[in-house]
Design a protein around this ligand. Structure first.
Ligand SMILES: O=P(O)(O)OC[C@H]1O[C@@H](O)[C@H](O)[C@@H](O)[C@@H]1O
Length: 302
């Protein structure tokens, strides 16, 4: 495992990027650019915070009660669900949303852009500890660009001699001022699987409002999405590529069953996840690769 000293020596940029030890020995990457401040942990290559220089609020929600540490899922920011999204598709009791979010990733590259942004690369490679969970050889790379936008891209490469199938998601927890005053636009007229009603297929009409638990897998959704938050007067633009599925999730009163969130936490976030899931799972032949990416921008709500 890379130590703080090694990381600092190899990748630190005085004044712009440093490494520190967070709770439960999670390595934190602290970034300060002219555009935004951000915090990322090598646990799950998870972005925990992104706050634009002139912004009053973080783009991302992070639970006060989240737990940290090896093989624990962090509640908030941008968890990476990989190599499967949701419950174990084989039904054999493997962890929900795969194992990428509970593993420590390696930092492999840091670049500063001409305008002062930062591009960070983290990699995950097979580890004997996960052999029982996933036998295929792969490489997984996450690139995170911190600039006036937050850009993410997750590339899976099949290094095996056999084909394999993945589903995946960038399970982003967007912070909102008040979920009651939030709507998601861009999914009008799209079919979705309603997980709250045992995956019944339904048709979205108009924008999504939140008045109770929402847990939906939108199919064939590749257009830009807009999270409009009147409490904070901001619109978040979500632009995805390599993805035809969007998950929209808010647990509402089911939050009380989640030990790593306070009972009122559901009021302050919505998950809008760029994904490949359901009929959009990705099959990769040996040597093939696939990139799932997302770009987030904040605009004033006029
Ligand atoms: O508690 P977890 O494993 O992080 O999952 C949170 C939620 O993640 C969403 O993506 C799923 O659609 C929900 O069904 C799930 O409850």
């Amino acid at each position: 495992m890379q130590t703080i000293e090694q990381l600092e020596q190899q990748f630190g940029i005085p004044g712009s990027l440093n490494f520190s030890m967070g709770p439960s020995e999670c390595v934190m990457i602290n970034i300060d650019t002219p555009f935004a401040k951000a915090r990322i942990t090598t646990q799950g290559a998870q972005i925990l915070s992104y706050r634009a220089a002139d912004a009053l609020h973080d783009l991302l929600f992070l639970s006060h009660l989240t737990r940290y540490g090896n093989r624990r899922a962090i509640r908030g920011g941008v968890p990476i669900c990989w190599p499967w999204f949701g419950v174990d598709p084989s039904g054999s009791g493997r962890p929900a949303h795969g194992f990428a979010r509970i593993r420590v990733w390696d930092v492999t590259d840091v670049q500063q852009t001409e305008s002062g942004g930062i591009v960070l690369t983290l990699n995950l490679t097979p580890d004997p500890v996960d052999e029982k969970l996933w036998r295929c050889a792969y490489s997984l790379e996450m690139k995170i660009e911190i600039s006036e936008q937050l850009k993410l891209s997750l590339t899976t490469k099949n290094l095996d001699s056999e084909c394999f199938v993945i589903s995946q998601a960038l399970h982003t927890y967007f912070a909102v001022g008040d979920i009651h005053k939030t709507q998601v636009r861009g999914l009008d007229n799209h079919h979705y699987l309603d997980k709250v009603e045992n995956f019944r297929e339904k048709l979205q009409q108009g924008e999504i409002h939140f008045r109770g638990e929402v847990d939906r897998v939108y199919l064939d959704s590749s257009d830009n999405l807009f999270i409009e938050d009147t409490e904070w007067s901001r619109r978040i633009v979500v632009e995805s590529a390599g993805s035809n599925t969007t998950i929209v999730w808010n647990p509402w009163d089911r939050v009380t069953s989640l030990k790593d969130m306070t009972d009122d936490a559901y009021q302050y976030f919505v998950c809008v996840e760029s994904a490949n899931a359901a009929n959009d799972s990705i099959s990769l032949a040996p040597g093939e690769s696939h990139t799932l990416s997302a770009c987030y921008r904040i605009m004033p709500l006029s």
